[in-house]
Design a protein around this ligand. Structure first.
Ligand code: ADP
Ligand code: MG
Length: 732
């Protein structure tokens, strides 16, 4: 339930609107230059914030609210408090301050009870150009003590009060992000104009039963509340984005997204897949009997979820998320065994040859023990070998195939493809993932009409709230448990002045015949950034502190063959220390590496640090992660490093990262394909997201194809809001 505030507007009875959804959406897309007071120049400025239509503007919510409900007399203002006053500007002058070598702007405001000094140290012309002596101003800011008994506000927020708008001075004032040069007053006037002219196109199309159950206000009311809060509104709730109005707008946004994702999932489940047998066959029993360990609870749970999908007639698309070392490989292998014992082929795809090889080496023993014929297929193999292998795959002789995208590029047909496993799926990117899946299913021969099951593995856990948004059309399993007996990687911070101590730790490990990674943020020196770089430091280290060791270098400017060559030399032990940028393979398994030193740790994101740390602690040796930093810099960086010191679960770290950075930065919006949200902050609003998802799923359960009369407007909203972004080509 939404928390109702005492001060929120009354929940509306949902009026049946006579305006069709199409008309609403078309109207809301009117360009901003058509709005009164917004000319072509202003429209161009607004465009820089991505605001081009009336709808964009309405969804541009205030990021903060100021309490101007009480206008004080200047005599009564308190030093140290945030106050609002109204008065006349009786002095305005520029003054040169020799000590600061700059001009400052000084003003004096009078209201008959006293004087208030206004100070601008660096007054951007657009801010103060409109100011003139004699004007009436509403001024807001923190009052400080000036010289003597003088009271002053430095860089006050102010509004020039025209003769007509005196009555509206005492209120909760919305503050907007705005392009440089656009006065706050103009933003507010345009929003008032947009609300007046377009609010009627903002009816809520959320079904009434849901609106009532969740206590939602309609969009029109909500928008008016957030852009023009009544004096009685709850200021704290407004500032926290938790007012009923905010929550209603957010719910609306999430509901349609989840409906769209749910629909996409539904379409998929309608296509025909393979129904594998429910019970364990001979191979599964034999395999499970030969395991030298018990599966963790998380592994058992995940496996049960996979079996359930495999048995159902729809094609599985399940993402398994779990930290490095949580044991995803064995789970995916058991799923493969189920496919194979049902007479199908299982195909694994890894993002690099070295990872493909690693899987093959780890699993071919299992395969051999079960007498399952297997093959490895990669681009770099001799043409003759590739051809031979391809033939064995195409005639169905090979039941278990591991490969890279060479599998796809070489156009191999996999006649009885039953299960595809895509490892480190995030490395492929969203679009590539779709292509992979499509190609995998197209390449299959006999089963072409039946979609194979797909299992996606990821060692980059992301928080549930974000997973729902990114992968809302997939089933997700969370492997949030480590096999017993793992030693957590001891993580220590070193100020760069104490780098020698960190180097000494590395030395000690290498002298014990262990191996080490040393990671830098850049490949080579940059003029702009004063950072240590991998190329220079590899030289320096190999001639200096680590001169008795074999030091190698790997970075992103190398081509993939060079990279693989270096990784291989590290893997076979001929390199003892690997200097690297962040390109070190995700998922690469070098149990002998027991220490990783990360330079400029303050510059890395949490998830990235966690990924890097996952390169060690894979063997039986206790391992260390040494974070060398140049002073934790921003507060954020200090928090990140503190999280790394104490937290070891990828899920917890991802949650913290999302909170500290927000979803956009968290994944890098572009590469992740995250739909861009106008307002939501997933760390803050995840509860609303869960609620919206639940309602959307229940709605789809009742009306799977949105065919009822009540669903008709929903379809239209979906088409307009998410149709393109979610590739919902076929609705509406
Ligand atoms: P991931 O692929 O999730 O990074 P792996 O599947 O490579 O992890 O597992 C890491 C190591 O842990 C492997 O050597 C594997 O054999 C072992 N392992 C997996 N599951 C268990 C378990 N339940 N108990 C003990 N060891 C396990
Ligand atoms: Mg793995």
């Amino acid at each position: 339930m939404m928390r109702e505030e005492t001060s929120s507007p009354q929940s509306s009875n949902y009026l049946i609107t006579r305006i069709s959804p199409e008309t609403c959406f078309r109207s809301l897309r009117d360009p901003l230059r058509f709005l009164k007071g917004v000319g072509p120049k202003r429209a161009a400025q607004l465009e820089t914030l991505g605001l081009s239509s009336v709808e964009d503007l309405l969804y541009h919510l205030p990021f903060r609210y100021e309490d101007r409900r009480t206008i004080r007399r200047i005599r009564e203002v308190t030093i140290g408090a945030e106050e609002s006053v109204i008065g006349q500007l009786v002095r305005l002058e520029k003054k040169f301050i020799p000590k600061r070598r700059r001009q400052i702007l000084l003003g004096t405001l009078t209201d008959g009870t006293g004087n208030l000094t206004l100070v601008w140290y660096h007054a951007a012309p657009y801010l103060v150009n409109g100011l003139a002596r004699g004007q009436a101003l509403v001024v807001h800011g923190k009052v400080e003590r000036g010289l003597g008994s003088e009271k002053r506000i430095v860089h006050p927020d102010f509004e020039i009060v025209g003769p007509g708008d005196a009555e509206d001075k005492e209120r909760i004032l919305p503050i907007y992000f705005r392009p440089g040069g656009v006065p706050l007053g103009s933003m507010r006037r345009w929003l008032a104009e947009a609300l007046a002219e377009y609010a009627r196109f903002l009816p809520s199309f959320i079904p009434e039963s849901i609106a009532q159950r969740k206590g939602l206000l309609d969009l029109k009311q909500s928008m008016s509340h957030v852009h023009h809060p009544p004096k009685t509104a709850d200021l704290i709730a407004l500032n926290r984005f938790t007012s009923a109005a905010h929550r209603s707008i957010l719910f609306d946004e999430f509901f349609y997204l989840q409906l769209g994702l749910g629909l996409r999932r539904k379409y998929r489940s309608l296509s025909e897949g393979i129904s594998f047998s429910e019970t364990a066959g001979k191979l599964t029993k034999q395999m499970r009997g030969s395991l030298s360990f018990h599966l963790t609870k998380a592994q058992e749970r995940t496996l049960a979820e996979i079996y359930c999908d495999m048995q159902s007639s729809g094609p599985m698309q399940r993402l398994v998320q779990g930290d490095v070392g949580s044991g995803k490989t064995i789970v995916a292998w058991l799923a493969s065994v189920r496919a194979i014992e049902n007479g199908f082929q299982a195909v694994w795809m890894a993002p690099t040859e070295i990872l493909a090889e690693q899987h093959f080496q780890n699993l071919q023993g299992f395969a051999a023990a079960l007498s399952v014929p297997c093959a490895l297929l990669m681009g770099s193999l001799p043409a003759r070998v590739k051809k031979e292998t391809a033939t064995r795959i195409e005639n169905g002789e090979v039941a278990f195939v591991v490969g890279t995208h060479a599998l796809i590029q070489e156009g191999i047909r996999i006649p009885r493809m039953g299960l595809g496993v895509i490892d480190e799926q995030h490395r492929f990117g969203v679009m590539q993932r779709r292509t992979l899946q499509r190609l995998l299913s197209e390449n299959s021969g006999e089963t072409a009409l039946r979609q194979p099951d797909i299992l996606l593995l990821s060692a980059t856990p992301i928080p549930r709230s974000l997973a729902m948004v990114l992968y809302g059309d997939l089933e997700i399993s969370f492997m949030d448990e480590m096999p017993p007996g793992r030693l957590p990687v001891l993580t220590r911070l070193f100020h760069e002045k104490n780098r020698a101590a960190a180097y000494e730790q590395v030395r000690q490990e290498v002298l014990k015949n262990r191996q080490a990674y040393v990671v830098y943020p850049l490949v080579e020196a940059s003029e702009r950034l004063q950072l240590r770089d991998a190329t220079r430091m590899a030289e320096e280290l190999s001639r200096g502190v680590f001169k008795e060791f074999h030091v190698g270098l790997i970075h992103g400017r190398m081509n993939s063959e060079e990279k693989e060559r270096v990784m291989r030399r590290f893997k076979d032990g001929s390199l003892q220390i690997l200097v690297a940028t962040t390109v070190i393979e995700v998922g690469i398994d070098i149990p002998n590496a027991s220490v990783i030193l990360i330079e400029h740790a303050e510059r890395f994101g949490l998830s990235q640090l966690h990924q890097l740390r996952g390169r060690v602690g894979r063997g039986s040796h206790s391992s260390q992660c040494l974070l060398v930093h140049y002073g934790a810099g921003s507060e954020n960086a200090a928090q990140r490093l503190a999280v790394m010191e104490k937290e070891h679960s990828g899920f917890k770290i991802a949650e913290a990262d999302l909170k500290l950075r927000g979803p956009g930065d968290f994944l890098g919006t572009r590469q992740s394909g995250l739909p861009d949200f106008r307002l939501a902050n997933l760390a803050r609003d995840s509860q609303i997201l869960f609620n919206a998802r639940q309602e959307a799923m229940e709605w789809l359960a009742q009306d799977p194809s949105l065919e009822s009369a009540e669903s008709a407007p929903l379809k239209t909203v979906l088409k307009y809001r998410w149709g393109q972004r979610l590739e919902l080509g076929s609705i509406g």
